[in-house]
Design a protein around this ligand. Structure first.
Ligand code: PBG
Length: 327
């Protein structure tokens, strides 16, 4: 994006001006976004016949299974090399069993994509909230508690069913304790040793997810997620969560959301120097879309700031338009 630039006179004893000149040629530009930094989120809906725009996330769509290969092919053509899949099933129940149905909507999408397109990384979000009738990310006890340990077993089943369908990376997002160790063991025991784990390690209990919850029909029908997601007033705790996930065998750790959490991204990268993803979530995207700001300019500023803070991987609804316009 070329903007009109005003030349500047500056006396030679102030070297900062020379630096700014060099920066224009990118030789000293510290942060450069590239196509491979991005992961693009995709929603696959078992209940529809034609792609449908998501009202709460303008410009994003729910796709029926039969359009998914076509969509990923066109993403691949513009240079997107990884996608993360979310499923919207036709049936929900108390225990979310559709999530590990071998013929579930995500499992079929993985198989279809992997069959037709070879050089694409397919990531599967592993969670129960889209599949449970109550919308929580875990199995409930009779008293309506979340049963962490029972949930792990279901998470393991989902991860295994994705692996069986040909997934490259599973991304457990439910924030149940011990998930990474449990999933790693399950995958290894079943022979899926080369399936990687991207852990939603520091996932905050955030108001920025609400457009996604409309999109994925996954709002909790009672209560909130504060017993399993993190409190945004805490930062040391995020470092502990990340530390545990690395120890349990995560290949990539994640901070989510991104923009109000750039300090967490920065700290995590400095502290662990481990592959780090940041999720630029639905509410962050919608906030820009619904504003009167210069869309392209602010999009670039936002994505650059996430990378500058230390993220190696950026999951973003902007990925497609950013790559089309800038890369
Ligand atoms: C859970 C999940 C959520 C998001 C990704 N995975 C929602 C939640 O925790 O409520 C949110 C992503 C976004 O807002 O873009 N399956």
């Amino acid at each position: 994006m070329q903007r009109f630039e005003i030349k500047m006179y500056c006396s030679p004893e102030f070297p900062a001006y020379r630096m700014r000149r060099l920066r224009r040629f990118k030789i000293i530009q510290e942060t450069q976004l590239k196509k491979d930094d991005f992961v693009y989120p995709l929603f696959i809906d078992e209940n529809i016949k034609k792609r449908k725009e998501i009202a709460s996330i303008p410009g994003q769509y729910r796709f029926p299974l039969k359009e998914i290969v076509e969509e990923v092919t066109s993403l691949r053509e513009i240079g997107i090399r990884s996608v993360i899949l979310f499923g919207i099933p036709s049936k929900k129940n108390m225990v979310g069993s559709e999530a590990y149905n071998k013929n579930g909507v995500v499992q079929r999408a993985i198989k279809a994509i992997k069959k037709e397109i070879t050089d694409i990384i397919v990531i599967g979000d592993v969670c129960l909230c889209e599949y449970t009738s109550h919308g929580h990310c875990g199995i409930l006890t009779e008293e309506n508690y979340i049963d962490n340990d029972k949930t792990l077993d279901v998470i393991g089943k989902i991860a295994e069913s994705y692996a069986e369908s040909g997934i490259d990376i599973v991304a457990p997002s439910g924030m149940m304790d011990g998930t990474v160790r449990f999933v790693r063991k399950r995958l290894d025991d079943e022979g899926y040793t080369d399936v990687a784990i991207m852990a939603y390690s520091a996932k905050y209990n955030s108001g920025f997810y609400s457009p996604f919850r409309d999109a994925a029909d996954s709002s909790p029908s009672f209560g909130d997620r504060s017993t399993y997601q993190m409190d945004y007033k805490n930062s040391d705790e995020a470092m502990r969560e990340i530390y545990l996930d690395i120890k349990e065998g995560a290949d990539i750790v994640m901070v989510k959301p991104a923009l109000s959490y750039l300090d967490i991204i920065y700290r995590a990268k400095k502290m662990f120097n481990f592959p780090l993803a940041a999720y630029n979530v639905s509410g962050e995207y919608a906030m820009l879309k619904l504003s009167s700001l210069d869309q392209d300019r602010v999009m670039e500023e936002i994505l650059s700031s996430i990378k500058r803070a230390g993220a190696d991987i950026i999951i973003s609804y902007h990925a497609k338009e950013f790559i089309e316009r800038f890369l």
